[in-house]
Design a protein around this ligand. Structure first.
Ligand SMILES: Cc1ncc(COP(=O)(O)O)c(C=O)c1O
Length: 430
């Protein structure tokens, strides 16, 4: 009888892991208070005090500024909106190139398109999966306008180096900090190092408001432009004394009073929401650290990793069995894991079929590259062969669960010989 659950043995984790629950009584009270006030939104899209939102939105933004030590926090209704606003705020115009990584949530790469910009994919580095500064340098042309770095899985990208590149070439660095709310490098909190940082408050994240996001910046002009893009900026250009009207066609990206009220409570408790996830992931890493063929997530010197996801780098040659079979065996042991993260974004039909819309280049500006020819080897290798992930943020971060996941990983690893020799049997059964 096999010890492995995939062949009928006892699984290490028999019951479904509990999901993280972040809403409590304080959030419920905060929502009830807004309901009782009858002010569910305080925004008006025209000149006046209400241009900046209602009391909860303004209090939430002030609290965010304080916690992150930034001059401006502009709440929005999602990080996607925040990224769109950020790209608009820095002035991306038709034909401008914006360097983005291909291994991220799709909104990062879609943002430039909103303004007729051209996403240019640069590869990631293989240590913590942020943009590789070398690849960014190689991608810069005289049309480059901005770089969007993603602090993927909760670990900051090489932000200082990327900022240096941006400054040298007179570009803006936007941080997509959706996944790393308290990530940090030696020089500060993730999200506050680039010219604009964008946070997500969707319900998958460490803290959330159901849907929501926040943009931060220390730059007064960028702060004003972000607020204008959020709220019908075309109506207030004279009132706010804006001379540069580039991209001043505003959207409605406004946050509701209820979301802001929930956000205030979540932000107040952010340490208590983030730290147990970090501890959970550290236990996972301790459990899997010395297994041949499995490299646990790196934490660069001086950095803080928030572990939105725990992403190990798997080497089938060293481990002795194909990654997806290893994953299937883990799932059979009750481990909530998956492989590959997302497909390299340039492979999405939106990019691959960009000419098939009937009009050359649509919805892309002329001058966009032929994305069928784009290859980012590190991204492709992580996606296809190496990334083995646990979505830490979605789980109740109990130390017991982390230890049992560690046991399950060790158990499957101990049995890769059997897994490999019986691979044909599994394939036939599926
Ligand atoms: C890296 C990254 N960027 C952007 C987003 C978009 O966030 P939102 O759902 O708040 O629009 C996400 C969401 O998962 C993300 O992970």
């Amino acid at each position: 009888m096999s010890e492995l659950a995939i062949f009928g043995g006892e699984p290490v984790i028999a019951e479904e892991p509990r999901r993280y629950r972040s809403m409590g009584e304080a959030e419920a009270r905060a929502v009830a208070e807004v309901m009782a006030s009858d002010c569910l939104s305080g925004f008006y899209g025209s000149p006046g005090d209400e241009y900046w939102g209602g009391p909860k939105v303004q209090a939430f933004e002030a609290a965010w500024c304080e916690r992150y030590g930034v001059a401006h926090a502009i709440s929005v209704n999602s990080a996607t909106s925040g990224l769109f606003a950020a790209v608009g705020a820095v002035g991306v115009s038709p034909g401008d190139e914006v360097i983005v990584p291909p291994w991220t949530m799709s909104a990062t790469a879609m943002a430039p398109l909103v303004y007729g910009g051209i996403p240019i994919f640069a590869d990631i580095e293989d240590e913590t999966f942020g943009l590789d500064p070398e690849a960014v340098r190689a991608a810069i042309t005289d049309k480059t306008r901005a770089i969007i770095a993603v602090n993927l899985f909760g670990h900051p990208a090489r932000l200082e180096e990327l900022l240096e590149i941006a400054d040298k070439h007179d570009l803006h660095l936007i941080e997509d900090n959706a996944q790393a709310p308290l990530g940090a490098t030696a020089s500060g909190l993730a999200g506050t190092i680039g010219h604009i940082g964008v946070f997500s408050l969707n319900y998958h994240k460490h803290i959330h408001t159901g849907e929501g996001g926040v943009c931060v910046t220390d730059d007064d002009v960028l702060g004003k432009r972000l607020a204008m893009i959020r709220n019908h900026g075309e109506n207030v250009t004279d009132w706010l004394g804006m001379d540069d009207l580039t991209n001043m066609v505003g959207f409605n990206y406004r946050m509701t009073e209820m979301s802001a009220a929930v956000g205030l409570v979540q932000l107040e408790n952010i340490d208590a929401h983030v730290e147990p996830r970090e501890r959970f992931a550290e236990i996972l890493s301790e459990g899997a650290r010395n297994l041949r063929g499995l490299k646990v997530p790196a934490v660069r010197e001086g950095c803080r990793h928030n572990y939105y996801c725990w992403c190990a780098t798997y080497d089938a040659g060293d481990a002795g069995v194909d990654r997806d079979l290893f994953r299937d065996a883990l799932i059979a042991e009750g481990v909530p894991c998956f492989t590959g993260y997302v497909e390299p974004l340039y492979r999405l039909p939106t990019f691959q079929k960009r000419i098939a819309f009937g009009r050359e280049g649509y919805p892309f500006t002329l001058g966009a590259p032929d994305y069928t020819k784009v290859h980012c080897p590190v991204t492709e290798c992580m996606h296809r062969d190496q990334a083995l992930l646990i979505e830490v943020c979605s789980l109740e971060p109990s130390e017991e669960l982390a230890q049992r996941i560690g046991e399950a990983i060790t158990k499957v690893h101990r049995n890769t010989g059997e897994l490999s020799s019986r691979a044909g049997e599994l394939a036939a059964a599926s």
